[in-house]
Design a protein around this ligand. Sequence first.
Ligand code: SF4
Length: 219
Amino acid sequence: MVVYTVTGNVGQAGYLDIANSGDITGKNIYVNMTNRCPCSCVFCLRQTKKMMEGNSLWLRGGEPSVEGVMSIFDKYDLSVINELVFCGYGEPLERLHDVCKVIDLLHGKYPKLKVRLNTNGLANLIHGRDVTPDLEGRFNTVSISMNAPDAEEFLELTRSRFGIQSFDAVKEFAVLAKEHVPNVVMTVVEKVMPEEKIERCRKICEELGVTLRVRPFEN
Ligand code: SF4
């Protein structure tokens, strides 16, 4: 499933292909262009057998081309939606170039389209350069998963292939992104993270000058 809507909160989310989402007026539309990711988070279903077999966000047919994604969007009027969100089971910026291309094509048609990136914040390590200038004029919001209040726990949870430098890289990405994107937030999930750790994350975000968003978890 490449383009979809989400029902429910974290933990009980349901994914509906845009073709089955009915009236998309006022909705957030999600785009899933890759399953690649430098992490292997302990809580991510991406690697599990169940995910491979049953989950609709696993791109069984491989990654869609830019043209393939655009051909889906061609069927809908995106001027009525709330926000377009690049996310999915994978890190969207693994396909930085293609994601930018899709946004540019869509902005050509919908100059006011609001676009958000949900990211692990590791794109600068993935590409070996500061990619945040590429986000300018394309994304209104960058939402970065913070996952942990320190480098050791971050690595334990995410099992990032970049090792212990990953947490600092995520924080640096947030600071750099602020120069190019109006709204940069870091997120943690409530109940998954104890209050004391959320407070430590909040302090770090204050120091970085970004907002911490505590996402609701519902069982
Ligand atoms: S960063 Fe996201 S996509 Fe990648 S392993 Fe972690 S939860 Fe899964």
